[in-house]
Design a protein around this ligand. Sequence first.
Ligand SMILES: C[S@@+](CC[C@H](N)C(=O)[O-])C[C@H]1O[C@@H](n2cnc3c(N)ncnc32)[C@H](O)[C@@H]1O
Length: 226
Amino acid sequence: MFSRFSPILNHINQKDFQFVYEPSEDSFLLCEGIEKNINFIKEEIKPTICLEIGTGTGFVTCFVNKLFEENKVSCFYITTDINHKAAKIANETFKLNCVEPKETIITDLIEGFESRLKNSIDLLLFNPPYVPTDPSEKIGIDPLDQNSLLSSSWAGGKNGMEVTQIVLDKLDFLLSPNGCCFIVALEENQPEIIAKNLFFKGFRTAVVKKKEIEDEKLYILKIYRK
Ligand SMILES: C[S@@+](CC[C@H](N)C(=O)[O-])C[C@H]1O[C@@H](n2cnc3c(N)ncnc32)[C@H](O)[C@@H]1O
């Protein structure tokens, strides 16, 4: 993806991508979905706090920073990742590109500071581990297995929804009254069921981007209160 908002990533080498998710079509589609909604974000959400869960290299938050700067949206950014190598690289990305935040929080989703975020997130971004995996395959990080640093970025358990669902269940708690969430989903995650379930919890879901890449159908969902 080349856009004037794309961050410089030349501090990262191929070896790093053995342990940290390399920005890919899903990351780019998420950025495109956010960019497409810049007027909605600026006029309806008026964000002051943006949280990206699972920031990886920091590509998306960095992109959003640059997009917002050009559109005169001033925001406080929070990023988390369960992978300590990703957090280190993301911090370097932010520094190199002269954007906030300074420090990515290494944690499982938002564990440890969740209660401080009650109804305060204006923009929640998440490109989750969405690939359906067999119950025998572990999701998350196994401290004894280096390979799990990378597999935790895609292994999503049943229907690929095990991690995503935890975040969706927290939306009502986390989002501010005008808050909005942009999330990546795969066809196998059943976006229409995601939307139906969220509807009963008081949210609208719109597909803002859709792309078929090889055998994957990717969706960018925008979720906001009714
Ligand atoms: C598909 S990658 C997306 C990375 C980056 N946001 C992007 O779009 O390029 C998913 C990211 O979520 C992180 N992750 C997976 N499970 C997590 C969890 N429980 N808590 C926080 N981060 C998690 C992974 O380490 C990985 O960096």
